[in-house]
Ligand binder design. Structure first.
Ligand SMILES: [Cu+2]
Length: 161
């Protein structure tokens, strides 16, 4: 029931924002969408993605692109590719979230969690994050592998009206 409710809300919201006339498909999800709402948004429904953003990760500790602008309410499908030889990750959040998370990773290296706002990407691999940015503001994506964030492996998302 929860899932149906969420999809209905997201559909209505996007519909209002973009006058998007897509019908709802009854395709089965692998797992239900997380209902958790964060200041930087919530897990998006792949079927509602309005844009695909390819993000490259490099051992020079950079994301490409390193910034993007998103409309409030937009659901983005991030296709995240690791072009390097070491593991990288993309974690979306506020600057505060990312700093706290980076500190935690230093204390507990090797700790892995799996939340909808992050992707761990092995060298040469591609992962995806589907994310809906529900509030205006400035948010970030960082690689929290020890040392990477500190070296500048960070990108910025401006969510605008
Ligand atoms: Cu990295």
């Amino acid at each position: 029931m929860k899932k149906i409710f969420l999809v209905a809300i997201a559909g209505g919201y996007l519909g209002a924002a973009f006058a998007h006339g897509e019908g709802m498909s009854a395709k089965k999800e692998v797992r239900p969408l997380s209902a958790r709402e964060f200041s930087f948004g919530r897990e998006g429904d792949a079927k509602k993605a309005t844009r695909i953003v390819s993000v490259g990760m490099a051992d020079s500790m950079r994301f490409t692109p390193s910034s993007l602008t998103v409309k409030r309410g937009e659901t983005i499908k991030f296709v995240v590719r690791n072009n390097g030889k070491v593991k990288h990750e993309m974690v979306i959040g506020t600057m505060k979230d990312l700093k706290e998370h980076a500190e935690m990773m230093k204390k507990h290296p090797g700790m892995e969690h799996d939340d909808p706002y992050m992707a761990h990407v092995a060298p040469g691999r591609t992962e995806t994050i589907i994310w809906q940015f529900t509030r205006e503001g400035t948010y970030y994506y960082g690689c929290l592998e020890p040392g990477h964030f500190e070296t500048g492996m960070i990108g910025k998302v401006e969510v605008v009206k």
